[in-house]
Design a protein around this ligand. Sequence first.
Ligand SMILES: [Zn+2]
Length: 161
Amino acid sequence: MLTIELFIIHKHVMGNEQKAIVPNERWMYNCFVHYNREYFDNSLPIPKFSTECDSSLWGSYAPEFFYDTNSRRVVDIRGNGTIKLNGMYKRTVDSWVLTLLHEMAHEYMFMVMKVYPENPHGREFEAIAKYIRRKSGGVWNITETTEKVSTDMKVRKRRQV
Ligand SMILES: [Zn+2]
């Protein structure tokens, strides 16, 4: 089973970076497991996965917690949240991986660092982005400004949240 899983991950993630796909929940789970090990030391709890996403976004992370407005600390986490990728669009595998890694970085801030900064793409996010960039040898750059441009004209100028 493990061999099959690794083969699927290899086929989807390593072998077909330029192949255009519509993401599904199984693919998201396989990639999540792979990159959780690769860049997050398996620290991320498995979230729910969904392809039903705000139509203006490539992806999003919806947490399930409350936070203390005074300390700006996350309190009372009710679940691991949901990572969403927009199932209405076909993009290259590496574009989707980039979006997934971006959302995993948001999950890391909330679920592991337990911070809820005013700017969700502030210094905490930048630190994670820098780490992934360095560890991947410059392959994955998840910051907003350098997000890879999609071939899909309809949403190419819109931002991830
Ligand atoms: Zn974001």
